[in-house]
Ligand binder design. Structure first.
Ligand code: SF4
Length: 246
């Protein structure tokens, strides 16, 4: 498998994420819109008319969203030469391919972990397999059990995480509700924070070296002064949703 870009390339997409999901007016979105309805800020050229002013205009949710490259894959490979007006079925596939690409991003991150070298061959096999699935026909993608695929991949990712966190205290906060929790300066070296809800938590100055934050909800989490050296599976999108040092 060649190197695939696992982050959004909006210039190669037809604005799928600006049409497919529903928005509810909130601190993340200035408007309410239904799924499948184009955002009024989306131009006829499939470009965002307020791209440089998203925060000012109340569209923080668009700033933090990342399709992991699913948008351009559907636009360029699954439905080449088409858009959501001529092929509306492409909208329904965004969530499917995005989840597969997120898995690919996680597998790619795991392959960067030297301590997990002994599972690298399996990680590479899974990466190729998921990439193949994401390149399926529209009918194949529609019928895919994405949760099942996630469950197949997760044990391998967890193994890579364990190997990379060996020798650290490894507190277990997997899936924990830590919303708004005061954890300033906490020792979270090697902690398992997979799927933890850390919305608005105070982690200023916390030691998160080699902590696993797979899928953790970091919206508004205060990470200023935190040590993120070697933190595992922290996506650019998660980081954009948190409060960080300038
Ligand atoms: S504000 Fe811009 S980026 Fe956000 S959904 Fe609308 S067109 Fe897309």
């Amino acid at each position: 498998m060649g190197e695939r870009l696992l982050e959004a390339d909006c210039a190669s997409c037809v604005g799928l994420c600006c049409v497919a999901p529903a928005f509810a007016k909130s601190s993340d979105f200035a408007i309410t819109k239904a799924a499948g309805q184009a955002c009024p800020n989306l131009g006829g050229d499939f470009r965002c008319g307020i791209h440089e002013r998203l925060e000012d205009k109340g569209f923080h949710g668009c700033v933090v969203f990342d399709c992991f490259g699913a948008g351009q894959r559907i636009s360029q490979e699954t439905f080449p030469g088409q858009d959501w007006k001529s092929a509306p079925e492409m909208l329904g596939l965004l969530a499917v391919v995005r989840q597969l690409h997120e898995l690919m991003w996680l597998l790619t991150e795991a392959l960067k972990l030297d301590a997990a070298e002994r599972v690298h061959p399996k990680l590479r096999d899974e990466l190729a397999r998921i990439d193949h699935l994401a390149g399926g026909t529209p009918a194949q993608l529609k019928g895919l059990d994405v949760d099942g695929e996630r469950q197949k991949v997760n044990p391998l990712l967890q193994k890579a995480s364990q190997l990379a966190r060996a020798g650290t205290p490894r507190k277990d906060y997997r899936g924990a509700n830590l919303i708004g929790r005061k954890m300033r300066g906490a020792d979270l070296r090697g902690a398992n924070l997979r799927g933890a809800l850390l919305i608005g938590a105070d982690l200023r100055g916390a030691d998160l070296r080699r902590a696993d934050v797979t899928g953790a909800d970091l919206r508004g989490t205060d990470l200023r002064g935190a040590d993120l050296t070697g933190v595992l599976f922290l996506s650019p999108s998660q980081l954009r949703s948190a409060v960080t040092d300038p």
